[in-house]
Write a protein that binds this ligand. Structure first.
Ligand code: ARG
Length: 455
């Protein structure tokens, strides 16, 4: 039965009916819908808008529907949307008393409430999962404070750093993601019910009571805005898109690092796949999928931004399109976070390979320039001298490590201590500024991250 059939004389066209229906996807909101209806109905009873005994009867029946959906006795089908389904089911269970539930309410404020309730849980779950990932990164970093590796810029070897420093950079990104979801949560956490279809309702409702029952700290201030606002959904989709971008960047590095050319990381068998033709292959499919699925998260954000851009006040049906964006982004992000966390926990980092790779590519050239600068050569001149020294090394097949002191001295005022200065470990340890990779600074940073995520 349609909730609006009274005004119609003919049946709705079959194709139009299925085009209009959202039950196939918005049934995921059943718990939120029932929770919201219970709060609304309790308030109706308390305010004397419907008799209190009837309100109680409805609430009990709603609990029954919820239980039966969860134990599989009640199958969600044959309705326009989840709101219609629950109401139809209610009426079929308790008769016309059930028809009082929708007093002073519209599906427009109802769906706004449902999606806010859904996103509160979703944001909580995502924040918890990102924090777990950060913990994993911090743990790996803590056991690699002195694992030297090259830092890259332009994907060219740049300067020595540590694996701890590199992974903590990702932990920082994910900390900002937690912050973004927490910020989105603040705007999600506002109660819209009581806005009605668009101009609220003349019934003497108590909106603050509904907010209290549902644990919302605030109610929306304008009923027109409340039924047509999906900014908070966009906030969630944006936070998801940025987190996916970070996951994708880390995945890209893992893919490169697990190649035979790098061999910085070996993924466990549990998180790798093979080839149907090439027996030797062990592929980083998980990370490729994460990189690939980032497109969905961006797409969902662009999708809803585009849906919303032409919507005149107040509610328009276009907004029904918000739900699949939310569910898809949420599912995608949750799956990526779970798999990435497990993958990192079981991966093995090849420390000796990273160490060996650090000395190639002249990563200590900046140290040599700083060395001359410390002896009075203006840095710009020192830079140019070391540039020439690097060309000399390349032409003669030498490294900064195996160049003789006599050769160094052809270029400037070098002493025996240059060999100590260019050691990657020492280069890292000399970097003591806040944010730098020295042992002490890294411990500080990692402690700071742990403190931030314990809040
Ligand atoms: N399924 C609808 C949605 O998700 C519920 C609201 C319907 N409101 C209406 N006036 N037709 O937006």
């Amino acid at each position: 039965m349609k909730l609006w059939s009274g005004r119609f004389e003919q049946e709705v066209d079959k194709a139009a009916d299925s085009f209009n229906s959202s039950l196939s996807f918005d049934k995921r909101l059943y718990r939120c819908d029932i929770l919201g209806s219970k709060a609304h109905c309790t308030m109706l009873g308390e305010c004397g808008i419907i008799p209190e005994d009837e309100s109680k009867k409805i609430v009990t029946a709603l609990d029954g529907i919820l239980a039966d959906i969860e134990n599989g006795k009640c199958v969600m089908e044959n309705a326009e949307d989840i709101h219609s389904f629950v109401e139809n089911e209610l009426v079929s269970r308790i008769g016309s008393v059930g028809k009082k539930l929708h007093t002073g309410r519209s599906r427009n404020d109802q769906v706004a409430l449902d999606i806010r309730l859904y996103l509160r849980d979703a944001a909580d779950n995502v924040i918890a999962a990102i924090k777990e990932l950060i913990c994993t990164l911090v743990k790996i970093a803590e056991s690699n404070l002195d694992t030297v590796m090259p830092a890259f810029t332009h994907m060219q070897k740049a300067q020595p750093t540590t694996l701890a420093h590199h992974l903590a950079a990702y932990a920082e990104m994910f900390c900002r993601d937690v912050d973004r979801f927490a910020d989105a949560y603040r705007r999600i956490n506002v109660m819209p019910l009581g806005s009605g279809a668009c101009t609220s309702t003349p019934y003497p409702i108590d909106r603050n009571r509904v907010a209290e029952l549902l644990g919302f700290p605030a109610i929306t201030s304008n009923s027109m805005d409340a039924v047509s606002d999906r900014d908070f959904v966009l906030d969630f989709l944006y936070a998801t898109a940025v987190t996916m971008m970070h996951i994708s960047r880390l995945s890209e590095e893992i893919i490169v690092w697990s190649s035979d050319e790098y061999k910085y990381i070996e993924l466990s068998d549990g998180y790798s796949t093979g080839s149907s033709i090439m027996p030797q292959k062990k592929n980083p499919d998980m990370n490729e999928l994460m990189r690939g699925k980032t497109g969905r998260a961006y797409g969902n954000l662009m999708n809803l931004l585009t849906v919303m851009k032409g919507i005149p006040l107040a509610y328009d049906k276009d907004m029904q399109e918000d739900k699949e964006c939310v569910f898809d982004s949420y599912d995608t992000l949750k799956a990526c976070l779970t798999v990435l966390n497990g993958l990192l926990k079981t991966a093995v980092f090849n420390k000796s390979r990273m160490r060996e790779s650090t000395d190639g590519g002249f990563t200590s050239a900046t140290e040599c320039a700083d060395y001359l600068a410390s002896r009075g050569v203006p840095f710009r001149d020192a830079h140019s001298i070391i540039g020439k020294l690097v060309v000399y090394c390349i032409k003669n097949g030498k490294t900064l490590q195996n160049l003789s002191l006599a050769e160094y001295r052809e270029f400037g005022d070098f002493d025996e201590d240059i060999y100590d200065v260019i050691k990657a470990e020492n280069a890292v340890e000399r970097r003591k500024a806040a944010g730098a990779p020295s042992h002490k600074r890294m411990i500080e940073e990692l402690e700071g991250i742990k403190k931030r995520i314990s809040k």
